[in-house]
Design a binder for this molecule. Structure first.
Ligand SMILES: [Zn+2]
Length: 202
């Protein structure tokens, strides 16, 4: 692509770093932004800077948050006896959208994947296990993807949790979860979080 201006070229090269955005799309977006009122583009830029600089990870559940402890963790309306372990924030959003789950979460920030060189130390497994023993938590729901890595992670966690006398459950098999969960339909996902099964019996 030939650019009429260095500034456009720079913007295009930055925008095209985003996943799924090629140079042509980036150029179209850059030209679109130039056509908008200046304040529109400035407020987009401000939102991105704020997103990157002000977002933190909740100290209790590792979910993305605006505050040190997130809204779910500080809520008195959530069932303190349930904790649902997921791979990433998108899974929390998908489960929240079902409106069928009222417990707490823990976000691992990834999944154990020996093939990709990701072990328990690369994700927040230890931080999760350190929550126990905890007399408030009675049940741990392993809501991980139905893949080999998801199974490996669930097995690892279940072994670590065995000593704490907890009920360990999973959501129904075949539910895409773990990044793919956003594609699962809300009714199916909602049903599977309600009718969960004892881990190891599916
Ligand atoms: Zn939290």
């Amino acid at each position: 692509l030939q650019f009429p201006s260095k500034l456009i070229e720079h913007a295009v090269s930055e925008i095209s770093r985003l996943p799924g955005i090629g140079k042509k799309t980036a150029l179209r977006l850059a030209l679109h932004l130039l056509k908008q009122e200046e304040k529109t583009t400035v407020s987009l830029a401000d939102a991105l800077i704020e997103l990157r600089t002000k977002t933190v990870f909740c100290k209790q559940c590792n979910n993305i948050s605006d505050t040190e402890i997130c809204q779910i963790c500080t809520s008195f309306n959530r069932d303190q006896s349930l904790i649902c372990v997921v791979e990433d924030t998108r899974d929390v959003l998908a489960l929240e959208n079902t409106g069928q789950y009222n417990g707490k979460y823990f976000v691992l920030g990834g999944i154990i994947s020996p093939i990709n060189g990701i072990g328990p130390n690369e994700i927040k497994v230890e931080a999760f296990i350190r929550k126990f023993p905890n007399h408030e938590i009675k049940e741990v729901i392993l809501a991980l993807s139905p893949t080999m890595d998801g199974d490996t992670t669930a097995f690892y966690l279940s072994k670590k949790l065995k000593q704490f006398n907890l009920k360990i459950t999973t959501i129904a098999r075949g539910i895409p979860i773990g990044g793919e969960l956003e594609y699962a339909d809300e009714i199916t996902l909602g049903r599977s979080i309600q009718q969960r099964i004892k881990y190891g019996e599916d």
